[in-house]
Design a protein around this ligand. Structure first.
Ligand code: MF3
Ligand code: CO
Length: 253
């Protein structure tokens, strides 16, 4: 079932999303060569709680996972695309780092992620990050009433092609709000005018995940997902609402 949220429910998700946006801004400033992923996790947890909210990922059990997740952020490096665990790993120059976090506030979940290159990355890495950022921008533009969910996927696919990068297979965005993961799946590929008709009140976490390699993933022992061919990967994510006036980004300050 795809929920239709009321205007006041969307305002609540936006408050959760604003806390998350501020959290990610704090994390961006903490990222530096030599800093551990665990430190970023601690900063996120403490900041979210200072705002009177809860880290949504902490103790959350993703569908199909064997254990609840024991951190407040996912920190995924290079070929690891999502659900990387924030360990004592120290950030190195050239790493492509994906930080994904969620907030639970006043009963509402929000979900957002960004990618940065530590130090100076290769041209190839920079192109991938630019492509993925642009893919999210284009996907959000397609999230208007009257469009279909295929238009969102099509926008991601088209942007990936334009930058000559590929789509990570098998991982998708999702509905979000009362739950962290709700219906529908928001695919990063699709055909114009196909699939679910988009209506005001729908709230989605749109999360393009692009890569330099072929796109096949496998799950590692720590339950993170990594590119089989060890190619680079990038991800950007926003929680957005479809409104009468068009898409509204809820995970911004
Ligand atoms: N943002 C992640 C996703 O949409 C959620 C990670 S939940 C965790 O898949 F528990 F694994 F952290
Ligand atoms: Co998500």
């Amino acid at each position: 079932m795809v929920r239709i949220y009321t205007t006041s429910e969307i305002e609540k998700i936006a408050r959760s999303g604003a806390i998350l946006a501020r959290t990610l801004a704090v994390l961006k400033k903490e990222i530096a060569i030599g800093v551990t992923l665990k430190h970023l996790d601690t900063v996120a947890r403490e900041y979210i709680r200072k705002e009177g909210a809860e880290p949504a990922f902490l103790n959350y059990q993703p569908h199909g996972a064997e254990h609840p997740y024991k951190a407040s952020i996912c920190a995924s490096v290079n070929e690891v695309i999502v659900h990387g665990f924030p360990t004592e790993y120290k950030i190195k120059s050239g790493d492509i780092l994906k930080i994904d976090a969620g907030v639970l506030f006043d009963g509402m979940y929000s979900d957002s992620a960004f990618t940065v290159i530590a130090g100076k990355g290769t041209v190839k890495a920079q192109n991938l990050v630019t492509a993925t950022r642009k893919a999210l921008e284009e996907a959000i533009k397609a999230a208007t009433p009257g469009n279909h969910i295929g238009d969102i996927g099509y926008a991601v696919e088209k942007t990936a092609k334009r930058y000559k990068v590929n789509i990570v297979q098998g991982l998708t965005g999702h509905g979000v709000g009362y739950g962290l993961h709700e219906d529908p799946y928001v695919y990063n590929y699709g055909n114009k005018g196909e699939g679910l008709l988009l209506k005001p009140g729908m709230v989605f976490a749109i999360e393009p995940m692009l890569c330099t390699g072929k796109g096949q993933v496998r799950q590692l022992k720590d339950e993170s997902w990594a590119m089989v061919d060890k190619g680079l990967s990038a991800q950007f994510e926003h929680t957005i609402a479809i409104t009468e006036k068009g898409p509204r980004i809820l995970t911004k300050e």
